[in-house]
Ligand binder design. Sequence first.
Ligand code: PEP
Length: 259
Amino acid sequence: MPDVRTPLISGNWKMNLDHFEALRNLQKLAWLLPKDIYQRSDVSIHPPFTDIRTLQTSIEADRMDILLGAQHCHHEVTGAFTGEVSPVFLQKLDVKLVICGHSERRDIFGETDEMVNAKVKAILKHNMTPIMCVGESLAEREAGETEAKVLGQVVNGLQGVKKAEVGSMVIAYEPIWAIGTGKTATADDAQQVCASIRAAVTASFGADAGASVRIQYGGSVKPGTTEELMAQPDIDGALVGGASLDPDDFSQIVKIAAG
Ligand code: PEP
């Protein structure tokens, strides 16, 4: 398997933008991105659930190449899970990528590695791509526990997933202390952790999976920090929160990352 991975730049809109605002954002983003950018990169947006149907219609009607994503889903297909959303419902709306295990879901909503693992399997089962987030807190980093924490999340999150499926996935390394804080890991530090993630995937799932799994960096990515991060050999894209809400900033990040 050639060691060539198409960069993936993903915008996590979190709990921002109603469906009218989201539509305006999407259309401005599509207008700002040159058509040929999609030959060099994949671009996904992850709006709130209530925006997805509106954006799907616009993406389809205007034949946009932007990929529709979600921020979360439940691992069961149907049942008594009030407030949850089935992976089948997302698949029906042409959602291509689903974030799972974001640190906000883990910390605020109590998602465990086991729950993340169940979501990864459910997303894959319904032919969508998981973006599985991993990352350490500031206290863990200061205690020298970054690799133990992150690699533990990787191994637990991928438990029982087939080799070929792991190779098709995306893992987002998001140091928790860098999310929404304006602090970014240095490119060297981010590269080191991403290289360790790739080595762990290779050790558990083989060289093909290690070579093809895409690893994003996330944590206060801005246009000014993108080039250095993307120049690292084991960083294959970015998961962008705050800066993805502004189509000007996000399109700049995509253009820089696409090279
Ligand atoms: C995120 O929400 O995944 C994220 C990385 O946010 P921000 O870019 O705002 O740090």
